[in-house]
Design a protein around this ligand. Structure first.
Ligand code: ARG
Length: 252
């Protein structure tokens, strides 16, 4: 009798644990990012922080979900969401026509500008110098970003230089510091942080291209897309997104 009681008790306990697990799994929302992109996402005291991390948290809160953030290479974000490894991506990711064929995007929540970082005194003084007849520069970019795509099309494919692709924006900036590349093309906000941390570098006044950032969701999850988009829309409308952005990028 005692044995039976113990057994059924154990069974109930097992079931409870399983139910608990199931419920928890159902209730998580996994956001993938590449925490090499301050102030949108970066590591601080071993934690992923930044604008995207905070907006994602606010979205999860609205949806009553527990947010999990995965930090992966930038070029595995889209494949990961396509195979439903992650629920969504927030990574200062630019909406482009090519990407729209691979994933669905929410409304945009921020803009970015591709800028050019050079060493002080560089022969490159404007964006035009990169496209000039006979130009032959080495351009550092983060692999698979729009900076990579545009420089590949506009410069490398045109025979006007070569593109050096790095896993992290900061590595491209290190290559610039050590003279391995002549400039770095990257989004303006991380560019400001990198230049601040590296004396002797500057951002050129001429901008390359302006773009919109949005969250990306698998094409198989129209409901999740609608939920995230609605939550994001509310957070934009009530000023939450603006406040988060201004916390990290104080208005000049
Ligand atoms: N906006 C650029 C793009 O979409 C760069 C984004 C890089 N983001 C990052 N978390 N590393 O390609």
């Amino acid at each position: 009798m005692k044995k039976l009681l113990a057994l059924s008790l154990a069974l109930v306990l097992c079931l409870a644990v399983f139910a608990g697990c199931g419920a928890k799994d159902d209730n998580t929302l996994t956001m993938a990012t590449n925490a090499e992109f301050p102030p949108y996402e970066f590591m601080e005291d071993g934690k992923i922080v930044g604008i995207d991390a905070e907006i994602a948290q606010a979205i999860a809160d609205k949806l009553g979900k527990e947010l999990v953030i995965e930090n992966v290479d930038f070029d595995s974000l889209i494949p990961g969401v396509q195979t439903n490894k992650y629920d969504f991506v927030m990574a200062g990711m630019t909406v482009t026509d090519e990407r729209k064929e691979q994933v669905d995007f929410t409304q945009t929540y921020a803009t970015g500008v591709q800028v050019i970082i050079v060493k002080e005194g560089s022969a490159i003084t404007s964006a035009d110098d990169l496209f000039a007849d006979g130009a032959n520069n080495k351009i550092g970019v983060q692999l698979a970003t729009t900076g990579d795509l545009y420089c590949t099309w506009d410069i490398e494919d045109e025979g006007l230089g070569t593109v050096e692709r790095y896993n992290k924006g900061a590595d491209a900036v290190m290559a610039l510091n050590s003279g391995k590349v002549d400039c770095v093309v990257i989004d303006n906000e991380p560019a400001k942080v990198f230049v601040q941390n590296n004396p002797g570098l500057k951002i050129l006044d001429t901008e390359y291209i302006t773009e919109d950032y949005a969250a990306a969701v698998s094409k198989d999850s129209p409901e999740l897309l609608a939920d995230i988009d609605k939550a994001l829309g509310e957070l934009i409308a009530d000023g939450t997104v603006k406040n988060i952005i201004e916390k990290y990028i104080p208005a000049e």
